[in-house]
Write a new protein. Structure first.
Length: 249
């Protein structure tokens, strides 16, 4: 269980987020969408313990989050790999606090999980964009996280690679991570990945709507049901005025 209780984040006089109240229970994947500047990344950084809230709290299984935790994995938009280290060493960095002699099995398992065993000794410059992002996911998974956070993880990839990575992510998180939260601006991606989609608007970030995605997996992007949910989310994100063209909320 993840709970946000009256969560607020301000930077001097500017309130970027909140107050937010949210409970996440047994959903496998939560998608968070919203226009640029709506506070999506601020929320993710608070959930990761990388930012301190101005007021309010984040609770994970009843424990108040007070900073970064080893059971929270984070994947950023860019893989952020160290170019002088091999795939194996980059993944190993995710469990830097584990004794060297004990890291091997966990690192090998994480690399195998993302399908890169044959590239374990490759350098980042020898990888495609999708492969590099898989290394970032492996690094986030290697410690066995209770919560996996992804901030626009596939935004820089071409459309076909992006679709393939979405399916690959679902195969991974379905068996290894209890809860995954994906920040995205892509409605299709949110609907393909998520059990529930939360729409943020702001600033300050607030929850405008939460929609359960009760569609069977794998999801067909061309189905009428998928299209109806996509239209619902699009309507939520767009403000129509009588004097101008539609604009993002």
């Amino acid at each position: 269980m993840i709970e946000l209780a009256a969560l607020v984040k301000s930077y001097d006089a500017f309130r970027a987020l909140g107050p937010l109240d949210l409970s996440i229970g047994d959903e496998r994947v939560i998608g968070i969408i919203g226009p640029s500047g709506s506070g999506k990344t601020t929320l993710l950084r608070l959930l990761a313990g990388l930012e301190t809230s101005t007021s309010g709290s984040v609770f994970i299984d009843g424990d108040r989050l007070a900073g970064p935790r080893s059971d929270i994995g984070v994947v950023f938009q860019e893989p952020r790999l160290m170019p002088w280290l091999t795939v194996r060493k980059n993944v190993e960095f995710g469990i830097w606090d584990v004794l060297q002699r004990d890291r091997g099995p966990a690192v090998d398992a994480a690399i195998e999980r993302v399908g890169l065993t044959a590239f374990a000794d490759a350098l980042p410059r020898q990888l495609s964009g999708g492969m590099a992002q898989r290394v970032g996911i492996a690094r986030a998974l290697v410690g066995g996280p209770r919560l996996l956070l992804l901030d626009e993880p596939f935004a820089a990839l071409d459309p076909l690679t992006r679709v393939a990575m979405q399916e690959h992510l679902l195969a991974i998180v379905g068996t290894t991570v209890p809860t995954t939260i994906v920040i995205t601006h892509d409605i299709d991606e949110a609907l393909v990945l998520s059990d529930r989609v939360i729409v943020l608007k702001g600033p300050p970030a607030r929850i405008a709507r939460a929609i359960d995605v009760d569609l069977p997996r794998p999801r067909t992007r061309t189905s009428p049901e998928f299209g109806a949910l996509k239209a619902l989310l699009l309507d939520e994100l767009i403000v129509r005025t009588s004097s101008s063209a539609p604009v993002l909320a």
